[in-house]
Design a protein around this ligand. Structure first.
Ligand code: ZN
Ligand code: ZN
Length: 348
């Protein structure tokens, strides 16, 4: 945690700023370890102060070691203003609410407030050892849950039953809960990449997409497996082969320093060459950590470069209206030596 604060201070230093308000709760957690739902951090050149309310007066000091805890009873804005010396400029996160910014500027003159976009999110794009340990633990819960429900993915079972059981099993395995709303989409429903859950019973020949993740200690996992139920027609099998091939090709091309947009293009080319171009509907992948979508972004318009320490998904897909969809999503850690597929041992 100290290392994370040091990296932030040197970033602020290069921007000529001594003070920064941290309002996004994932960012507060990243810097301090505090997991409460109400917090604002203030990083100063020498101190780090955490503002929270009375519900957390025991939890905050226990989790945020090294941080000065200030439990406010009336206006947090007043407290903040008191902690930023007159004449000092203070950065704030552009993701804060309009209401927060408006109230803050009543107490701290607008001219002293500097909007900052993606500073801590940028730091979080590269994981440290402790984060990688936590991500592996989250993934372990997801894997155990998935293994417990795999045999349920058969004709007659329903999307809702499978999703409910998977959420339950991941939690039993140690997860704090699912990382996001679990997707189980079957047959024609699976042609929508983010299909809502239905009561549809699975039937022979269905493609069944199961997109799931576990949350543990704040960290998330994200993996997708597609099942081809017995009796699937040739077009469905072909889509499955094409998507698997695109995944293999992309994984083979990953190395530190590659451009995320090039990786995205490679997957698209593979799928397009196989004649499925019109069936692509999303970008190739995204970083995962304290949030389900974070840095880096693997898309055509991304400026990100894949560096050691980054954890991201590779999730090619093909979706055919009326028939169904195929998506296979792996969670990958980039290392100095190349990619490590963290989710490799989760098999459908
Ligand atoms: Zn996913
Ligand atoms: Zn994903």
């Amino acid at each position: 945690m100290k290392e994370r604060l040091a990296r932030l201070r040197s970033m602020l230093d290069s921007l000529g700023l001594g003070y920064m308000l941290v309002t996004k709760i994932e960012n507060v957690r990243y810097l301090s370890g505090f997991s409460g739902s109400n917090s604002v951090g203030l990083v100063t050149p020498t101190d780090s102060i955490l503002f929270t309310d009375g519900r957390y007066k025991k939890q905050a000091p226990a989790q945020a070691s090294g941080w000065e805890i200030r439990v406010y009873t009336r206006s947090i804005f007043n407290e903040i203003a008191g902690a930023v010396p007159m004449g000092e400029r203070c950065g704030f996160e552009v993701t804060c609410s309009f209401d927060f910014q408006k109230k803050l500027s009543v107490e701290v003159d607008q001219g002293r407030l500097e909007p900052l976009d993606g500073i801590i999110e940028g730091l979080r794009g590269t994981k440290d050892e402790e984060e990688i340990v936590r991500m592996r633990a989250a993934l372990g819960c997801a894997k155990a849950g998935f293994e417990a429900i795999r045999t349920m993915v058969t004709a007659g079972s329903s999307e809702r039953r499978i999703a409910a059981e998977l959420n339950y099993r991941m939690t039993l395995a140690g997860a704090d809960g699912p990382a996001f709303d679990t997707i189980v989409s079957s047959g024609p429903n699976s042609a929508l990449p983010h299909a809502p859950l239905t009561d549809r019973p699975l039937s022979e020949g269905d493609l069944v997409v199961v997109d799931f993740g576990a949350k543990r200690d704040g960290y998330l996992s994200d993996t997708t497996r597609t099942f081809l139920l017995p009796g699937a027609d040739a077009r469905a099998r072909e889509a499955f082969e094409v998507v698997s091939g695109a995944l293999e090709e992309v994984l083979g091309s990953l190395k530190p320093g590659v451009k995320a947009s090039d990786v995205d293009a490679l997957a698209n080319e593979h799928i397009a060459m196989a004649g499925f171009a019109e069936h692509l509907s999303h970008s190739l992948g995204h970083g995962v950590g304290l949030e389900i979508h974070e840095k880096p972004t693997l898309s055509a318009i991304s400026a990100d470069v894949l560096e050691p320490g980054m954890v991201f998904t590779i999730e090619p897909g093909a979706y055919i209206e009326g028939l169904g969809g195929v998506r296979i999503e792996e969670l990958v850690l980039m290392t100095e030596r190349g990619p490590e597929v963290l989710s490799a041992d989760i098999s459908a």
